[in-house]
Design a protein around this ligand. Sequence first.
Ligand code: UGA
Length: 443
Amino acid sequence: MMSKHITIIGTGYVGLVTGACFAQLGHNVVCLDNNEEKIVALAQGRVTFYEPNLDEMVTKHCEQGTLHFTTNYSVAIKHGEVIFIAVDTPSQKDGSADMSRVFGAVDGITDYMENDKVIVVKSTAPIGTCRHINNYIAKRLDGRHCTLNFSVVSNPEFLREGSAVSDFMRPDRIVIGTFESKSRQILRELYQPLIDDGVLCVETDPQSAELTKYASNALLATRLAFINEISNLCECVEANMDDVSFGMGLDKRIGPSFLKPGPGFGGSCFPKDIKALVHMGVEYNCQMSMISTAIESNRLQKIRAVEKITRLTGGLFGKTIAILGTAFKANTDDVRESPAIDIILHLVLEKANVRVFDPQATNNTIEKLSSTVYYAENEYDAAKKADVIVILTEWKQFAALEYNKLADIVKHRIIIDFRSILCKEDVVNAGFTYYRIGISENH
Ligand code: UGA
């Protein structure tokens, strides 16, 4: 395989995983970020967030000299024949994606461009972004009377936090959206080892690639909103959500993934991307009514969780509530749009004493909740004199709790499990009353 020189702009989850994994595939990678502290840490192999297997990979390729970190635009742009933009596109007040960092990167590329480049948009960006960037760069180069060739490509990412490295190495598909065939071929070469392993490559135009990303996230988010509502109905009609999910998932047209109810979906992608899609609908006068409903359904799911805790504790005022898990899902330290944060804020507002524990996300939680809650050392510390223990993230270690030990620590033996991870028999044997999402409270 031909090794290529790649530059990645942005060392967040997407940028760093992409950079480290391209080095692993045999390319020579430079990662650029304007955060000096982060770049110094990364150059020493220290990843500033928690992502399984990423530290080792970064250290290995830094040592082998195939992965470099810099804050210097000139060095980074000179290096890459292919330049990936992987900066974030956060939600603005109206739901639209803030593209200032993407265009900041585009400016940087154009300022230092001295030879032909393939510019790849990895960031989740509104449909039409590649076309826009293409025209923008052409204009700027024209102004400089520059005759360099460049092409703009959409290559969305489908990584999940917590399993990002394996998702990159074994993706369900690679989507490449280009305006012409030369850059398409270059992108294929970058991913050649994966394509040789049988990964399918969808080759299309940039708009379709951009929309594939949004539509995939929106469908998954809508599916979760739907499944959460079915789970709520299960609780009302005394049906069992595990069995319903299993029964539905056996239908090949439905499949078994993403059928697990929870306290609401969160993270840095689903909530932001579906809002952006709704906004695009408004812009093009093409109503996205289902997706708008999914947003509202997810808001109600979190309120429903607060109502359940309130009901099962007999009122929140002055109650001590142990929260296990603040990350938006297990295996990440990310609390962005985490349902746990919204739920805790409600509990605090109603004057409950909240004791929280998360194995990885404490620092990020402190940033969101400051001193409104007590940050426990571990699960048992969180449970001290608790009126109720509430599970909000599906960390594996919560399923291995010593319930007898917990039983002696808490004030009231009640557990509410919003992630369906505990074994009912073990919990009940230790004298706890156990409530689970998707199962009637009368069971
Ligand atoms: C999501 C997509 O799954 C990735 O394909 C995509 O690349 C990424 O967004 C992105 O756009 O960057 P991620 O946000 O890391 O990945 O997390 P997911 O594993 O998809 O989970 C999202 C939320 O859904 C979490 O709050 C999780 O707890 C919830 N969830 C997921 C459920 O409640 N039930 C399920 O069965 C699955």
